[in-house]
Unconditional design. Structure first.
Length: 603
DNA sequence: CTTAGGG
DNA sequence: CCCTAAG
């Protein structure tokens, strides 16, 4: 693995402009898929194929698996008759034939981290203490506040303390399962490993894909799927779980962690057409800076109209309006750790993601007066002491989870407590993002997350006071984000559905570009199955990628064919290796021909 | 539910 | 990606 120099950017606070309601809703219409994808998300996604980048080298070294060999098999008639053979047969020598997974990396699964030292690589995301409430948190690293890295310095996103719920989905695969020979056996082995959650031993390597749950082709297996998906997202974890060191608990943790793994990269802003930015929901809560209590009227001016302001004015007092102008909300300091080789686009996305991590959806505003949270929504401004005279020194706003129920700190469940300072020990549970069966949803529980200093509590929160405590708190609210140098394209966006709304509330699915790995998997599957069996292709190579429907695959193939035909200059997006495109054309030509033959001479 | 294609 | 006619 190449060590890449990383650049660190630190944002001491991130200004989040107050966005007029009208400006959001990027995608207003479109209908959300009416039918739910029945496939379930699997935390353990196996990459059955190798990234295109690795293909060349591997293919050349292993005659048995060379593309040419396979193609010979595929495109020279012999295999045609088997077109509709049983699936088992199809697994033979195709998907896994291309290259070997020698380049697999290991997912840095929270909870596994530090436990499996034998894992070759632990690339992935690592979040300290933040999320993973309850489940599996016991396995979180307890190291104090630092970013922990495994091996390479890449692909690590570490949110320190404040942000929660983001973990990288670990796509792992046992190397054994991708051995050159006996693919089927390997497959079984793989499944077995997955099923048993690495009972087989610590030698299981995990292949990770920084992408979401997407990229990859995996060892699809229904049994696995069932297993993985069976436990309800909210299945309570055994609180009295045995020490993490036990394989079993580790496995469980692993499963759970994986289940809740959520790519940091998922954005969740733009969705809902008609919702306000602030009610999006967040993974954590932030404290923000409130500028002026009374400023000239600006479009941002907030008069006494909000919940608080709507209250009746204190009887007897002159009803004067309090005008507030929140120029921007400030997000806690963000640390970005990104390779020098990363692109500007990557940096932007990284920052976006970091911000998104902090400002999720379903947020609501909290009011702080003189550092204390004003909990009574029914009080009037004047009753509360917010009036023109207050100026800015006493009023503060903060973003917090919508249903911020602060529960007594459960040190057992919240890893965060292990590393937090007393002030940071704020409720931070149920923050994990999870995949719900059939849909990419963020756990609703995620709304419980908060950023330390922003927690509900009477800690001296922030606020507007431009000095001391605010700064201190701010410094604690940092998010350190490391980003992989590559594959940023794979950072897909995930649709976030409003918890309140009808999930099926028409919404166009977010665009999730295919990664090279996915393309590779698709190509391989199509080479083997042909272009008219998308259902099978899906099952074969994208079985666990619930967000990839067979229609998507068909569409992707269509675009791949198109892409392969146009000049490289005209191509956009993450470049697809020419080798793959060549295969696309070859396969396309081959299967088109087959189709013709079939039509002309059905029998 | 799948395919196949146009949008 | 979406929408849909067809099978």
């Amino acid at each position: 693995m190449v060590m890449q120099k990383r650049l660190n950017y630190s944002f001491d606070g991130y200004q989040v402009p107050v966005i007029p309601r009208a400006s959001r809703s990027a995608r207003g219409k479109g209908s959300i898929r009416k039918k739910r994808d029945n496939s379930h998300i699997h935390a353990f996604e196996i990459l059955a194929s190798v990234a295109g980048n690795f293909l060349h080298a591997n293919e050349s070294s292993n005659p048995e698996n060379t593309a040419s060999a396979k193609e010979a098999d595929l495109f020279h008639g012999n295999d045609v008759k088997k077109k509709h053979d049983d699936e088992a047969g199809l697994f033979k020598g195709d998907l896994f034939a291309h290259g070997t997974c020698s380049e697999v990396t290991t997912a840095c699964v929270p909870g596994l981290q530090g436990e499996h030292d034998n894992q070759r690589t632990m690339d992935g995301l690592s979040f300290h203490g933040s999320h993973l409430e309850g489940q599996g948190q016991n396995v979180l690293e307890k190291e104090e506040g630092g970013l922990k890295r495994r091996n390479s310095n890449e692909k690590i996103i570490h949110i320190k303390g404040n942000s929660e719920g983001f973990t990288e989905p670990g796509h792992k695969v046992s190397k054994d399962c991708i051995s050159d020979n006996n693919v089927e056996k390997s497959l079984l082995e793989c499944r077995k490993n997955l099923d048993s959650s690495s009972h087989g031993g610590s030698t299981v390597r995990k292949l990770v894909n920084r992408d979401d749950d997407e990229n990859f082709a995996r060892c699809t297996q229904s049994s696995l799927r069932n297993k993985m998906s069976s436990p309800p997202p909210d299945t309570p974890k055994p609180k009295d779980a045995s020490p993490i060191t036990s394989d079993e608990s580790r496995d469980n943790s692993e499963l759970e962690n994986l289940q809740r793994m959520y790519p940091f990269k998922k954005r969740k802003f733009f969705n809902q057409t008609s919702s306000s930015t602030s009610d999006r929901g967040s993974h954590c809560q932030g404290v923000f800076d409130f500028s002026d209590t009374k400023v000239n009227s600006t479009i941002h001016a907030i008069e006494e109209s909000s919940s608080i302001a709507d209250q009746q004015v204190h009887p007897g007092s002159k009803s004067c309006n309090v005008k507030l102008s929140i120029k921007s909300f400030k997000v806690p300091e963000l640390f970005i750790d990104i390779p020098e080789t990363a692109t500007i686009g990557s940096l932007k996305r990284t920052v976006m993601e970091a911000v998104t991590a902090i400002l999720g959806d379903e947020l609501h505003v909290g009011i702080l007066l003189q550092g204390k949270k004003v909990r009574d929504d029914n009080k009037t401004l004047i009753q509360t002491g917010i009036c023109q005279d207050d100026k800015r020194h006493r009023l503060g706003f903060m973003l917090e989870p919508r249903h911020s129920r602060i529960s007594p700190p459960s040190y057992n469940e919240d890893p965060c407590y292990l590393t937090s300072t007393p002030q940071q020990k704020l409720s931070r549970k149920s923050t994990s993002l999870m995949f719900q069966q059939g849909t990419y949803n963020v756990s609703q529980e995620r709304s419980l997350i908060k950023i330390e200093s922003c927690a509900e509590g009477d800690i001296n929160m922030v606020s507007s006071v431009p000095d001391t405590s605010a700064n201190n708190n701010m410094s604690k609210c940092r998010a350190l984000v490391a980003v992989p140098a590559i594959n940023m394209e794979a950072l897909a966006v995930v649709p976030l559905r409003r918890k309140s709304g009808n999930p099926d509330f028409g919404q166009r699915r977010i665009r999730r570009p295919f990664s090279v790995l996915e393309v590779e998997a698709l190509v391989q599957a199509v080479e083997k199955l042909g272009t008219g069996r998308w259902r099978d292709v899906k099952q074969r190579a994208f079985d666990h990628a619930k967000h990839r429907t067979y229609v998507d695959l068909k569409d992707k193939w269509k675009t791949l064919v198109h892409t392969a035909r146009i000049s490289p200059q005209q191509r956009r997006g993450e470049p697809v290796p020419q080798e793959l495109l060549d295969r696309v054309l070859a396969a396309h030509a081959y299967w088109s021909q087959q189709q013709c033959k079939h039509q002309l001479k059905p029998r």
